[in-house]
Design a protein. Sequence first.
Length: 334
Amino acid sequence: MEDKIQDLNKTAAIPPPLGGRGAVGADIQVFAPATVANVVCGFDVLGFAVNEPGDEVVMRMTGKPGITISKITGDNGRLPMDPAKNTVSVSVQHYLKSIGRTDIGLDIELHKKMPIGSGLGSSSASTVAGLYAIKTLLGDESDVAGLLPFAMKGEEMACGHGHADNVAPALMGGFVLIRSYEPLDVVRLPHPEGLYCAIIFPDVDVPTREARQIIRKNIQMKDAVTQWGNIAGLVSGLFLNDIDLIGRSMKDILVEPVRSMLIPDFYKMREMAMEMGAVSFGISGSGPSVFAFTRDEDTAHRITQKLQQHLTGIKIGSNIYVSTINDKGPRVIG
C-alpha cells in the first residue's frame, strides 16, 4: 500500500498546505455519498456514487497535536472511538504523515447517516468525508484523486482488503473503473444522464469480510471469458450511452451465484424488478443491498416500493433509496 501512495503522489503531488481554513478553532462539516460497488460484473474494479444515503464528518482544528474522536452518532455503539482503530482517523493520519503535518491537532465527529454493513460503502463514505474535510481545512488544492490511497487504508482496516471500488467513486464522484491496483490507475467513466438507481437494503446481516471469504478462488477459463465480455460490454454501453447494452452486460457468473445465497429472496426480487421495467438488477457490493438500473425515476420508485412490500411480507424490514448517479462526490455542508 505504501508503494501505491508513492506512485499516485508522483502524478498528483500533495504540497504542504499553506492556506485554507486551518487555524486553531476552525471547523468544517462534510458529506460523502454512498456507493454501489462491483456493478454486478465488475468485482473490485467498478463502482458509482449515489446521492443518498451518505455520512457526515465534523472536523475541528485544536491546539494539541494528534487526533481525537469526540462523538459518533448513528452507529448504535458499533464503531470504535479509538483514533488508532477508526477508519476516518486512520486515513487522515496517513494523509497528514504524507505531507509532514503530524503536528496538527484535530477533533472529529462522525455522524452515520447510512446503515453499517449495508453493502453501500458505509466505511468508505465516512473515510472520504474525513479526508475531504482535512484537505479542505488545510487549503490543499491538489487533485482530489491524490487522497485515494489514504482512503484505501481505511478500507483495509474496515474489511481486511484495500479495494477502491467504493472509495474511488465516493471520492471522485460518478462512475469509475479501477484499471489497475499495481500501480494504482483509476479512470472516471461517462454514463447516460437518464439512468436511475433503485436501491433496497434488507435488514439482514452480511459482513463484508465473510462475504469475501465465500468467493471462489479458482474459476474456469470459459467463465472468465464470459465475465470479461460482460465487463467490456458494460463499459462500452456507458461510453456509447446505450442503456440496452448496459442492461444485457450486467450479468455475473462468478460472485453473484454465491453471494445471492446470503440475501433472502434475491432471485424473486430480481424477477419482480425486471418485470416492472428494470434495465438490470444485482447485488450492491457484498450485499445485502440490491439495486436496479431504470430509465426513469418513476420506475425506480415503483420497484423500490414493490420490493419493500415483498420483504415486509416475509418479515424483513428494509430501507429504500432512489438516486441518479452522483457526479460530485463529497461536498462541504457547513
